[in-house]
Ligand binder design. Sequence first.
Ligand SMILES: [Zn+2]
Length: 250
Amino acid sequence: MSPAEMVRTGPLVLVNQFHPLEREPDAASLLPPDNRRPNILLEARAGTVLNRFLSDLGCTGEIVPVSGYRSRAEQEAIFSDSLRNSGEDFTRAYVALPGCSEHQTGLAIDLGENRPDLDFIRPQFPDTGVFRTFRRRASEYGFILRYPENKTAVTGIQFEPWHFRYVGWPHSRLMEEAGLVLEEYIRLLNDYPESGAHLHFHDRDRSFELYTVSQENLEALPKRLPGDTPCQWSGNNSGGVVVTIWRDVP
Ligand SMILES: [Zn+2]
């Protein structure tokens, strides 16, 4: 994979109005997390983890997927339908520009309360009962509430209690603990370059070491990673790749 492709690949890709999607997900990696809704697709790992989470909470069928992966053409259709039916102010607040929607990554899912009048653009996701528990525990499963109420100035998107994004563990945990949205988290990790001090973090008998490798330094990155330790990398879609090294704490 070329350095440019690496930057565009992985669960930490940032997609927003300033960072459009640069690489469509592989069609083969998109699967329906809920077989009763075969048209709603999610990147395979995100979907598997979501199902496990819903089943651990005992709320499969109560919290249901409403919208997952969208192709560019689908996002265009949603955007123009919304402009026509709900006007420009509503559309700019709740519907991302085509090419700039996280839904195009296959890593974002809108979830809602299973009811007959389920709203496709703004599904009901109350702050009570199992919904509240889901939101509170999402980071344990690698998901984050992507557009919180207090971060609209950073994300450029209104509060969306129904929109969750898979970023994977331990990133979800770090973001939750520090109160950071993805824009802020990517910026924070940029302060830990490969050649400088790395970010160290402990949780669940594990220690994590994180740093960002900029695109111009990505050549031969796999050879520089430790061979004997679990290690992951993900592009950030903003000029770099985040490396995460996992170690057991004895
Ligand atoms: Zn959404």
